[in-house]
Structures are given as structure tokens and as C-alpha cells.
Design a protein around this ligand. Structure first.
Ligand code: 45M
Length: 324
């Protein structure tokens, strides 16, 4: 048994939304390999915050059961957050159904979610030890689905300005070129965390120290150590770190170099076209590479994942990458 679901990019590829059916009600959710809560806008969300969102109404689901007294509260790396109550229901993603899945109902959401009307909640795909439900931590959709999957994996094929897909339970070899390159994952912090062995800017030599990174579908950009960020932008003559823009910008006319991350024997190339992320409207463009804020590991978000086909292997606790 498996599932295949379309991942549709919001404007500027800021996030990717996928249809999820909960108790017969379908909402578009942000699949996030950087967190482990499945939460939705619901009838429990203040009406002022529901705005133009699609909401889940547990009262209209014949399979919803409340988990009395259970709560959740999450904050994300970008400062956004949400909190609320918990129940279980039947959840279906791309034809793959999990019964008695913990579904977290938002009773409060931060402004970033209120104003993002396309996003009706998140479906966490990190490891279950990151789930925030109290007093009893809950399993993710992918963890619960594991036993029914032919292969205990999900794959991400995110694309620039066009729909991509997530597959659960199988690897579609038509979606990538060559062989998959696997690296071991350290899931002790709950992330899909692994080691990057070096980097190269443009057609320069691969160098630098090895560093830890996480594969995070819920983060838009490619967030790296400040030294690598500075090295990269030193190759773009008009680049500057703009406080008003919130990061490194450069003239849109610039030829933006590729970035290659050496992951074991695999050279993961992120083409310069993806590293010219968006237009600021004043002739400058916002870079797809930005600082990781000095938190000690890199966050390989959608900018990186758009350039690779990625296998998140729960069974073997490893990640697989291939060009596409
Ligand atoms: O929050 C994280 N990823 N997901 C999402 N971001 C924004 C909405 C969802 C995140 C995870 C790990 C680290 Br380290 C930094 C950030």
C-alpha cells in the first residue's frame, strides 16, 4: 500500500501545499519534515483568525474522537507558532489511510498562519520524538503508516513554480536520474539530520569543514553557516546583506553561481537559477542562500530540495539523494 500526493507551490515557492482528507474533510496542508505535529485550522480556531482558511469541523466527522485534556504547543524556526487541543481521526494522504491518527486542533495560531490563507495547517514528517502533544506524545502520520508500507520511506520531489509530489511507501525511479546516494541519519534530535562533507561555489574547488544539516521541507530557503554564506556572496559583485530585505540581495542582472554540497560521494548541485530566489521589486533580487542564524547546523530547505529527488528512509534511518 502506498500514496502519491501532489505538492503545489505557493507564490515564490514559499511553501508547498498538499490535500489531506481528515474524517472526510479535505484541507491543504504544509508537509514539514522539520516538525512532527499534524495540526489544522478548525472550528476551535477563533473566527477572527479563521479568515479565508478551510477549517476542519470535528463535529461533522463520524470518526473523530477527542483526546480529553490533551494539548499541544509548537513554535517554528521562523518564529511562527500555534497551539490547541487534540483528537484522533481517519487521515488519508494520496490514497494512503491511517486510522486513529492524532489530529491537533488549533485554538491559537500566530499571524504568519492567519495571513497565509492557502495554508490550513501542517503535517509533520520529522521523527515522532519531536511531537509536542502532552501529556502523551503522539506518532506522526508517517510513523503510523509505516507498518502498512511496502517500503518504509517517503520521497519528496519539489519543483520550482510547478507542482511536485510526495510519495509514501515506494520509490518511483522515473522521478530521478542515476542511482540514489544514501547517507546515515542521526534522528536523536528528531530531525532528518546528516553530515555535509564540504561545499563548492560555482566551478570552484570543494573545500570547507564538514557540517551537520537537516533536510527540512517546511523551510523555504537554504540556510547555511555564516562563513559559507559570506564565501558564496563574495562571488557576486553587487551582493550585500540588506537589513530592510532581511538578508543577502544582489542586482537581478547578476549571473548567480551554483552551490555544490558534497554529501559523501554525492555532489548535490543547487543551480544558480534556484539561488536567485525572488525579486524585491527595486531591481534587486533576494538570495536563496541565507544565514542559519548561527544555530550550529544548516537547514536544507525547499531551495535545496527542489534540486534533488530525496528519499526519507524511516526503516533504515537514512536519506537518499539523486539528481533529477
Ligand atoms: O520550523 C522548522 N521547520 N518547519 C517550518 N518552518 C516554518 C513553518 C514550518 C525548523 C526546523 C528545524 C530547524 Br533547526 C529550524 C526550523
Amino acid at each position: 500500500v502506498g500514496g502519491d500526493v501532489t505538492a503545489t507551490p505557493e507564490s515564490d515557492d514559499n511553501e508547498y501545499l498538499c490535500p489531506v482528507t481528515i474524517g472526510g474533510q479535505t484541507l491543504n496542508l504544509d508537509f514539514d519534515s522539520g516538525s512532527s505535529d499534524l495540526w489544522v485550522f478548525s472550528t476551535s480556531t477563533p473566527s477572527s483568525e479563521q479568515q479565508s482558511h478551510t477549517i476542519y469541523n470535528p463535529a461533522k466527522s463520524s470518526t473523530f474522537k477527542e483526546l480529553n485534556g490533551f494539548t499541544w504547543q509548537i513554535s517554528y524556526g521562523d518564529g511562527s507558532g500555534a497551539s490547541g487541543t487534540v483528537g484522533t481521526d481517519t487521515v488519508t494522504v494520496g490514497g494512503l489511510t491511517v486510522k486513529n491518527q492524532a489530529v491537533e486542533l488549533a485554538t491559537a495560531v500566530s499571524s504568519e498562519f492567519v495571513t497565509d490563507s492557502a495554508n490550513n495547517g501542517l503535517l509533520g514528517l520529522a521523527w515522532s520524538n519531536l511531537n509536542t502533544v502532552e501529556p502523551t506524545q503522539q506518532q506522526t502520520f508517517f510513523a503510523n503508516a509505516g507498518p502498512q508500507l511496502q517500503q518504509n520511506v517517503f520521497t519528496a520531489d519539489l519543483r520550482h513554480d510547478q507542482p511536485g509530489s510526495y510519495d509514501f511507501g515506494f520509490i518511483d525511479t522515473s522521478k530521478f536520474q542515476g542511482n540514489l546516494n544514501y547517507v546515515p541519519v542521526d534522528n536523536s534530535q528528531g530531525f532528518w539530520q546528516f553530515t555535509v562533507d564540504g561545499y563548492a561555489v560555482g566551478d570552484g574547488a570543494t573545500g570547507g569543514n564538514s557540517f551537520s544539516a537537516i533536510a527540512d521541507t517546511g523551510t523555504t530557503l537554504l540556510l547555511l553557516d555564516d562563513n559559507i554564506v559570506s564565501d558564496y556572496y563574495s562571488q557576486i559583485s553587487s551582493a550585500q546583506n540588506s537589513n530592510s530585505a532581511g538578508g543577502f540581495v544582489f542586482d537581478c542582472t547578476e549571473d548567480v553561481p551554483d552551490l555544490t554540497l558534497q554529501i559523501g560521494d554525492y555532489a548535490a548541485v543547487v543551480p544558480g537559477s534556484l539561488l536567485n530566489f525572488s525579486q524585491n521589486g527595486d531591481g534587486t533580487c533576494f538570495g536563496g542562500i541565507q544565514s542559519d542564524g548561527g544555530q550550529g547546523f544548516a537547514i536544507l530547505g525547499d531551495v535545496f530540495l527542489k534540486a534533488q529527488f530525496t528519499v526519507f528512509d524511516q526503516g533504515n534511518v537514512q536519506l537518499g539523494f539523486a539528481p533529477k
